[in-house]
Design a protein around this ligand. Structure first.
Ligand SMILES: [Ca+2]
Ligand SMILES: [Ca+2]
Length: 95
C-alpha cells in the first residue's frame, strides 16, 4: 500500500513548469517518475540542458542539390540553386 501511495503521490511533472526543469529552450522536456528528461529538438545536438545548432552544411548531411549552395541557420538550413540553375535548392535544373 505504501508503495502504491508513493508512486501516485511522489512524482511531480517538472515539465509543466519551466522553473522546475533545466531543459534548454531548444529541447523538449519529458516527465518521468521521480525525475524528467530533456531531449534536444530536431536540428539541435547536445545533452538537452545545452543544445547547439547542428551545422547541416558543415556536417554534409543537408539534402541540398549538388548544384546549390547550403546556408546554415538556427534549427535548420536552406539551399539555393547556383546561378544558371533553377529550382528550390533541393532540386536544381540546369539550363
Ligand atoms: Ca517527474
Ligand atoms: Ca542548422
Amino acid at each position: 500500500m505504501w508503495l502504491v501511495l508513493y508512486i501516485h503521490s511522489a512524482d511531480i511533472d517538472e515539465c509543466s513548469n519551466s522553473s522546475l526543469n533545466n531543459c534548454h529552450m531548444n529541447a523538449s522536456c519529458y516527465d518521468t517518475p521521480g525525475s524528467f528528461n530533456c531531449t534536444c529538438d530536431v536540428g539541435f545536438a547536445g545533452d538537452g540542458v545545452v543544445c547547439d545548432d547542428v551545422d547541416e552544411c558543415q556536417a554534409n548531411i543537408s539534402e541540398c542539390h549538388r548544384h546549390s549552395v547550403c546556408q546554415n541557420n538556427r534549427g535548420s538550413y536552406s539551399c539555393s540553386c547556383l546561378s544558371g540553375y533553377e529550382g528550390n535548392g533541393f532540386e536544381c535544373m540546369g539550363e
